[in-house]
Design a protein around this ligand. Structure first.
Ligand code: AMP
Length: 210
């Protein structure tokens, strides 16, 4: 099984990936996490990436494809692609890479969320520094500690209202065309992302167990 999880920012790709990993023996590649780790390392590349990512823009395709190929080659397990591909050239490069490596994408799952939900969701998102859990908080009275492990919570620098609005725009312009790319592949399915995470997971599991 090699699954692409698609969806706008805040749709729940990270949350659903974490749930999938508890049930299926898959390797999770979140390109956002890979980029954030490089930025946090403070390397010269990380500094350049920070300029792009923290503004909510997309990292150039060629660099993303190179980073991804290294990770794909490092595992024999089935993969959850979370946050990749984000452009049609990335989708084309992924197809070519998978073919070269004798692998294939088996499912493209779009977590569908109404645009009016997106900015709210993103701005109420917090991530735990310790266990990585992604939580939604009440913006007026936000939690300070992770409800799962008590770790410190942080807000991603690209999760402000202005940047969330910009990321949604980037998504519409660059990533939505990826949906058309896969729609005729026979692998593309949509799930309603405007439900509890448990219900979304149930819907995804049904698709994978078919
Ligand atoms: P995410 O954690 O998936 O929301 O990604 C956070 C940010 O990382 C995005 O807003 C982009 O700046 C960058 N990013 C993640 N994946 C990609 C990708 N496949 N192509 C280009 N930029 C990416």
């Amino acid at each position: 099984m090699n699954i692409i999880l698609m969806g706008c920012p805040g749709a729940g790709k990270g949350t659903q990936s974490a749930k999938l990993l508890q049930t299926f023996p898959l390797h999770h590649i979140s390109t956002g996490d890979v980029l954030r780790a490089e930025i946090a390392s403070g390397s010269p590349l990380g500094k350049q990436l920070g300029e792009i990512v923290n503004k909510g823009n997309l990292v150039p395709d060629e660099l993303m494809v190179q980073m991804l190929e290294k990770i794909v080659k490092s595992t024999d397990k089935g993969i959850i692609f979370d946050g990749f591909p984000r452009t049609v050239p990335q989708a084309e490069a992924l197809d070519a890479m998978m073919q070269r490596l004798n692998r294939a994408i088996t499912h493209v799952i779009m977590i569908d969320l109404p645009a009016e939900e997106v900015v709210n969701r993103i701005c109420s998102r917090r991530q735990c520094k310790k266990c990585g859990a992604i939580l939604r908080v009440d913006i007026k009275n936000p939690l300070e500690k992770c409800s799962a492990c008590g770790g410190e919570l942080y807000t991603r620098p690209d999760d402000t209202p202005e940047r969330a609005t910009h990321r949604l725009e980037v998504y519409r312009n660059s990533t939505l065309p990826v949906k058309n790319y896969y729609q005729t592949s026979g692998k593309y399915v949509e799930v309603n992302g405007n439900q509890t995470p448990e219900k979304v997971f149930e819907d995804i599991t049904k698709i994978l167990e078919k």
